[in-house]
Ligand binder design. Structure first.
Ligand SMILES: [Zn+2]
Length: 401
């Protein structure tokens, strides 16, 4: 086959690419729904085995989280599916996807729904079950090209991306050491297929305030109200917003109190922080620590700060920009006009960038409204993006990077 026959092959298999996407969307694979993740993983093991690749399942360490009572919980995470072919080839490419979605098994948004001829609405359709189908079918086409023999590829499908890859990050880092180029199949930024360029980094913190419980009627004065004290701190933390360019601090969740007639002795507050550079992250960390250190020790309260940087920023350095240009150039040969824009969101591309590995991380389907019940993909973009990846791999096999 040549490249234009590959395009025809993908077009001929449009219905199957769509059917796989729809099948995966219909299985709930919320990050903590291990049975659902397992089902998705088994289907994909089967699908990828058609490529004649090697496979392994890599278990992931449990994830520690501060629960709503301020205690540490351990949560089990799903495994990583790893598939690879031609590990000895001189050009190696790493392809990363995630099987988990943000929708838990008891969420009301569970099933795919076709809208008109071209739209599929469904949980994880864009983020990123469509992206996984694109990856698989692009490889099916690519493997029929004579130049495929020059290039080895490795696919990692993780189960915890939606909570910041706390378990799979180590595996990604380990595997990525062998690679000089990465592609990630997060959905495009919009209907036009715009790629994400530079990405901010993210940090997550949990603040735990301990006070003292007391009966709200009999011994009110003996209590130390953890919710009220936390509120003072929240105001100080929120006031950091606007003080440093590009840095945002979202006080996103708060939990406290057990009964209305008890002075609450514990309050947990969670922060989501986005920042353009590592220095900005240090600035935030220093300020948070200064704020909590100023709690008077004799006051009867105690505050703890847990968490830190989750993902480093993705910057478009020279090599990364070169890869974006290559993708753009290949896209133009297919009549696809690809541009990119900065994003405040993070993904596993941030991990590769932190390791100095150039990557383009939004090669998944065109669509939008991700993380909501309106999530959708534009169905023809499945074939279009599979064509794009196949042509990129062909280009790399013939010309290197
Ligand atoms: Zn995603």
């Amino acid at each position: 086959m040549n490249l234009s026959e590959c395009q025809q092959f993908l077009l001929n298999n449009q219905a199957d690419i769509f059917a796989l996407t729809e099948k995966l969307v219909a299985i709930n694979s919320g990050t903590f729904h291990l049975a659902g993740l397992q089902k998705v993983c088994e289907i994909l093991q089967q699908e990828f085995s058609a490529l004649g690749c090697e496979q392994s399942i890599m278990p992931v360490a449990p994830f520690e989280i501060i629960n709503d009572k301020g205690q540490t919980d351990e949560l089990e995470l799903g495994s990583v599916l790893r598939c690879w072919k031609r590990a000895e080839a001189s050009i190696q490419v790493l392809l990363i996807g995630h099987m988990d979605t943000v929708f838990p098994h008891d969420h009301k948004f569970q099933q795919p729904k076709k809208i008109g001829g071209d739209i599929l609405n469904g949980p994880g359709a864009a983020d990123m079950k469509g992206g996984i189908a694109i990856m698989l079918w692009a490889l099916k086409a690519f493997e029929q090209l004579p130049e495929a023999k020059n290039l080895g590829w490795e696919v990692l499908l993780t189960s915890d991306e939606e909570i910041g890859s706390p378990g799979s990050e180590e595996i990604i880092r380990q595997i990525a050491k062998k690679h000089k180029i990465g592609f990630v199949f997060e959905p495009a930024m919009d209907d036009k297929g715009t790629l994400a360029g530079q990405r901010k980094g993210s940090a997550k913190y949990a603040l735990v305030m301990h006070g003292k419980a007391a009966h709200a009627g009999r011994h009110f004065a003996e209590g130390r109200n953890a919710i009220c004290k936390m509120a003072e701190y929240i105001n100080k933390i929120d006031a950091l917003n606007g003080r440093r360019e590009g840095v945002t601090i979202n006080v996103g969740m708060i939990h406290g109190g057990e009964a209305l007639n008890i002075v609450p002795d514990c309050c947990v507050c969670r922060l989501d922080i986005r920042f353009p550079t590592k220095e900005d992250a240090e600035w935030v960390n220093t300020n948070l620590n200064t704020i909590i250190k100023n709690l008077e020790p004799e006051s009867g309260y105690k505050i703890e700060l847990h968490g830190g940087i989750e993902r480093s920023p993705k910057l478009l350095d020279e090599n990364t920009l070169r890869l974006y240009n290559l993708v753009q150039e290949v896209g133009s040969t297919l009549g696809q006009n690809l541009t990119w824009q900065p994003s405040g969101g993070c993904c596993d591309g941030n991990i590769l960038s932190a390791m100095g590995i150039p990557n383009v991380d939004t090669l998944g389907a065109r669509g939008g409204k991700i993380h909501s019940e309106h999530e959708y993909i534009i169905i023809p973009s499945l074939v279009e993006r599979a064509n794009l990846l196949c042509a990129i791999l062909s280009h790399l096999s013939l010309h290197g990077f």
